[in-house]
Design a binder for this molecule. Sequence first.
Ligand code: NAP
Length: 290
Amino acid sequence: MSYKEGMLREDALKGKTILVTGGGTGLGKSMGLYFLKLGANLVITSRKLDVLGATAKEMESETGGKVLALSCDVREIEQVEKMWADALAHYGKIDVVLNNAAGNFISPTERLSTNAFNTVLDIVLKGTSNVTLTAGKSWIQSKQAGTFLNIVTTYAWTGSGYVVPSAAAKAGVLAMTRSLAVEWAKYKIRSNAIAPGPFPTEGAWSRLLPGDLVKKFDPAKKVPVGRVGDHQELANLAAYLVSDFSAYVNGEVITIDGGEWLMGAGEFNNLDMIPQEMWDMMEASRGKKG
Ligand code: NAP
């Protein structure tokens, strides 16, 4: 057995239709592909229909499953409502929404224009609330059970310099996840979140850390388990959280980061850099005093 293998049994998502925002690339694509392998029908949506179309074709030929590609900018409520109506018309029902679409810039905050700051807030926070409100109202009105899974980050609660709009927006998404987990449970709607640590994708790495930067700030070096995440590990967790096996998990955020954020948080964690000889000396000097 390896963490690179699928974990759930083959029919775990059979009969479910799952909508993935940002499902044409990166982590959304990997999670969507695994949902398909587990028997789900899929809707993938983002702005670039050509990318979505190519991904849908690739996914269908790999799994034999059904993938509907719909273009939609999550910042625009009219587009979200149309996308939802088209997806419903196609499949008859949608059971799960994976809010995964996001945008981000790495920059000193004072260098960001108001427009750049707002763009990230709009995609991440407003985009998630647009999709959540549209799906939630539809589920409540049709008395259908539903499941939300929102992709956040660990700096949703620690905060982080240089990605301030993203941190602010993801914190909002986390608050929304926990709030609706309580408010909408009476409608049989569950809400959970995943906070991934570093997982290699074009969007998160090549664009955020271009050129040599990714080598200089090698994300694996900040992870206690000594490596970055494998997409299948995230897909396994996501599949569990959207499946009925997790029916009693509600309002939770699950971190999957190899211990990365705690390593930065623990006051003495960087003492890893002290060599054994120095520990020996310190122990010896304590022994003398005692
Ligand atoms: P990615 O490939 O760039 O994914 C982002 C997706 O969002 C793209 O498919 C993009 O498609 C879509 N998108 C952007 N703006 C949109 C808009 N206005 N409307 C609709 N869709 C939009 O990057 P990723 O690394 O897979 O990120 C996926 C999620 O994981 C994000 O929520 C990210 O914050 C989170 N995350 C990733 C990491 C990591 O290490 N990779 C770590 C922590 C959290 P279009 O361009 O076609 O619109």
